[in-house]
Design a protein around this ligand. Structure first.
Ligand code: C5P
Length: 314
């Protein structure tokens, strides 16, 4: 016997990202503003009652290079939830097959893998809920944080101020939708290397100290003002990301020059670059201009909802 549950979770950008020094645990203290985008990946999980091998498959436009072994973040999320079931006396599934649809660039700075983990947690918790044994949001958040710094935000969605290593979240009430264009790069950029490069650059005096202004970015989001938010976009990881991938600087410049663009920023640790547009018309016009130049890009709106169940059958 098996049952299927499908969940989706949003990509994110950091509209503002200030990075402090490395902590003793190797992570960097962050002061950030997350915005969830409607570029959602989906995870369909088939839960099997009997014991068997877990499996992962990946399809969709950004499936290339995504691991389909136990290192996959959706697989790790299901394993972590199952372990927590064992620790708390809940009866979990026997085995699970997770089918991912990758709509978000992998290792691009938009937390596509973290979104898969958050969606898998929602699917797993929905399975438990059917049996009256769901975990509450706080427990899920703790499991999410154990999987990666961006997973708690993918669960929450919307917009939020983040601190700690990114897992401590305060929601921002941002009822207005903003229009974005994301330009992914062919070659991904591993996050640890970008943080390490920032440390090296700061030690050598070639990168600035942590940027300030999270409050202004949060206020611009609340006010729904794209001009103000465009001016507040900032990311300390842009400098090391641009050093490691010089093409990023060119993309930033190209996007900044498009009419209707109020600001540009590197997304997380890159290499995806994001532009904020004044509105939907401007987004369409900029998209047309990029298409005529053959620049691959994605249209997005956000803040968008966090991870949620979108379908399922017993
Ligand atoms: O938490 P996550 O698995 O996404 O982190 C991946 C890597 O990125 C970490 O191992 C660390 O090298 C770096 N990182 C960091 N500071 C953070 C978040 C991530 O140094 N706040």
């Amino acid at each position: 016997m098996s049952e299927h549950i499908t969940a989706s979770a949003p990509a994110k950008i950091n509209a503002f990202l200030s990075v402090g020094p490395a902590r003793s645990d190797g992570f960097h203290g962050l002061s950030t503003v997350f915005v969830a985008l409607d570029l959602a990946g989906t995870v369909e999980v088939e839960f099997l009652a009997g014991w068997g091998a877990d499996a992962v498959t990946a399809d969709g436009p950004f499936a290339a290079g995504v691991p389909t072994d136990s290192s996959n973040l959706a697989a790790r999320a299901l394993a972590a939830l199952k372990k927590r079931c064992e620790e708390t006396g809940r009866t979990a599934w026997g085995s699970a097959v997770a089918r991912l649809t990758k709509n978000v660039p992998a290792a691009g700075g938009m937390a596509g893998g973290s979104a898969d983990a958050a969606a898998a947690l929602r699917a797993g918790n929905a399975y438990l809920e059917r049996r009256g044994a769901a975990f509450d949001e706080e427990e899920l958040r703790t499991i999410a944080a154990s999987l990666g710094s961006d997973v708690p935000f993918a669960l929450l969605g919307g917009a939020a101020a983040g601190s700690g290593r990114g897992e401590r979240l305060t929601p921002i009430d941002a009822p207005h939708e903003f229009r974005w264009i994301a330009v992914p790069h062919q070659v991904s950029l591993p996050t640890p290397g970008v943080f390490a490069r920032l440390d090296e650059m700061r030690a050598a005096g070639t990168a600035p100290q942590p940027v300030r202004g999270r409050g202004e970015a949060a206020r611009a989001l609340k006010a729904g003002d794209p001009e103000r938010l465009g001016a507040a976009l900032a990311n300390d990881l842009a400098a090391p990301a641009m050093e490691l991938r010089p093409g990023i600087a060119h993309t930033l410049l190209e996007l900044r020059q498009l009419p209707g663009v109020t600001g540009v920023v590197v997304s997380g640790s890159g290499p995806t670059v994001v532009a904020l547009l004044a509105g939907e018309e401007e987004q369409q016009a900029a998209s047309e201009a990029l298409r005529s130049r053959g620049v691959e890009h994605l249209l997005a709106a956000g803040p968008a909802p966090g991870a949620r169940v979108i379908g399922g059958e017993p």
